[in-house]
Design a protein around this ligand. Structure first.
Ligand SMILES: [Zn+2]
Ligand SMILES: [Zn+2]
Ligand SMILES: [Zn+2]
Length: 199
């Protein structure tokens, strides 16, 4: 039995995740042999050397080779085994369990995972394709057309696309960096880590 994981969003520089794969599903419970209780994974990454790392809801992490016994997984802890209360509450609050433990309706919307209020192309001097006439540009992040303006002070002025809400054509998020590190490449918006994002 697996649960749905959140994307392993990171503020680490883009190159730190070369060859790593963001896991969309993971075990319900994990722990190392040294941990006094079972924890629950929030997100997971599989690295190119085959090792897996899970970030836990309480802030701890486990990682290494599961096959080599670096950590244990379980669908359900054995009777009498302890579960981390922070992990259990947050996992339930995030919808990793079908039923709310209290029976109340729970809402969960992590701020950094939702699409941004302003398109990531906003005020970018790179993420647009100038249209004939030079007064408007097509945003590479969302494909909408907006005016181009000179921005910045006299010492760092640049020509950029104006701030705008994301259009319906907004590219998909990078699992690691969401929309925060988009760059222009061959007339398309891609994540700086090199991962293709859905257009
Ligand atoms: Zn925990
Ligand atoms: Zn845009
Ligand atoms: Zn990325």
């Amino acid at each position: 039995m697996t649960v749905v994981l959140l994307p392993p969003v990171t503020s680490a520089p883009a190159e730190c995740h070369d060859g790593a794969e963001a896991l969309t599903e993971g075990p319900r419970f994990v722990r190392t042999r040294g941990m006094s209780r079972w924890h629950r994974p929030r997100s997971g990454v599989r690295y190119s050397d085959g090792h897996t790392a899970y970030d836990l809801w309480c802030g701890y992490g486990v990682g290494g080779s599961h096959r080599a016994g670096a950590f244990l997984t379980a669908d359900e802890p054995a009777p009498g085994e302890s579960v981390c209360g922070t992990c259990e509450g947050r996992a339930a609050g995030a919808g990793q369990e079908q039923a709310s433990p209290t029976g109340r309706q729970l809402l969960f919307s992590p701020r950094h995972i939702d699409p941004p209020k302003n398109c990531p192309g906003s005020r970018s001097s790179e993420l647009f394709e100038e249209l004939p006439g030079g007064r408007a540009g097509r945003c590479l992040a969302c494909r909408d057309v907006h005016p181009l303006r000179a921005m910045g002070g006299p010492y760092n002025s640049r020509y950029a696309i104006t701030q705008h809400p994301p259009g319906p054509g907004l590219v998909g998020p990078c699992p690691f960096h969401r929309w925060r590190q988009l760059i222009a490449r061959d007339g398309r918006a891609v994540c700086a880590c090199g991962r293709e994002v859905a257009q």
